[in-house]
Design a protein around this ligand. Structure first.
Ligand SMILES: Cc1cc2nc3c(=O)[nH]c(=O)nc-3n(C[C@H](O)[C@H](O)[C@H](O)COP(=O)(O)OP(=O)(O)OC[C@H]3O[C@@H](n4cnc5c(N)ncnc54)[C@H](O)[C@@H]3O)c2cc1C
Length: 154
């Protein structure tokens, strides 16, 4: 193996988590490889529906009956519609068997679900992190706001 094939870090997945981790690694000077299994997405060129008006869609933005029937899981997501369907992994492309209800909504492209998210950015506080412990539900978060605050300053 040639020296150019050596990496300090290999990040699997180019979604928000992997993409951000890769950015941090690169900024720290680590030779970083990002592996993404989804299709390539080129900025602008691969946003085929971004500038379409509602009346320009063949089905006015809705799914066809066949698309709904073939994708009972993905079509539970409000954004699985004519304008964004090309970024979703279809149900028959998921390599898992759903034994218990678990709606795994996945993107299939470089950028992962950052291509689909609704741009709502929650501003978490101590109050949110302490919720499970305070109110006695679910599993307590293993971190508190100050841990993230420290990470941001690093
Ligand atoms: C319609 C929609 C709206 C949303 N709106 C919001 C919002 O407003 N605010 C908010 O905070 N969150 C929102 N979310 C949630 C948010 O988008 C996701 O939580 C976030 O994008 C997940 O990022 P991730 O990197 O963890 O995972 P993903 O984005 O799923 O990235 C994982 C990546 O890994 C790749 N991958 C998986 N397996 C492999 C493999 N074996 N080899 C190589 N690559 C692999 C996948 O192809 C994918 O690109 C929304 C989600 C959806 C679907």
């Amino acid at each position: 193996m040639s020296k150019s094939n050596y990496f300090d870090v290999i990040v699997v997945g180019s979604g928000i988590s992997g993409g951000w981790a890769a950015k941090e690694f690169c900024e720290k000077g680590l030779k970083t490889l990002v592996i993404e299994r989804g299709k390539s997405v080129k900025h602008i060129k691969d946003y085929p529906t971004a500038n379409l008006d509602p009346w320009e869609f063949e089905h006015r933005g809705q799914l066809t009956l066949a698309e709904k029937e073939e994708n009972p899981i993905a079509s539970k997501c409000y954004a699985f519609k004519e304008d964004a369907i090309h970024f979703f992994l279809k149900d028959n492309e998921q390599e898992y068997i759903q034994e218990k209800p678990f709606d795994w909504i996945r993107a299939d492209a470089v950028g992962g679900k950052s291509l689909l998210w609704a741009r709502q950015v929650q501003r978490w506080s101590d109050y949110d992190f302490e919720g499970p412990a305070r109110d006695g539900f679910a599993v307590d978060w293993p971190i508190r706001y100050k841990d993230i605050e420290l990470g941001i300053r690093m």
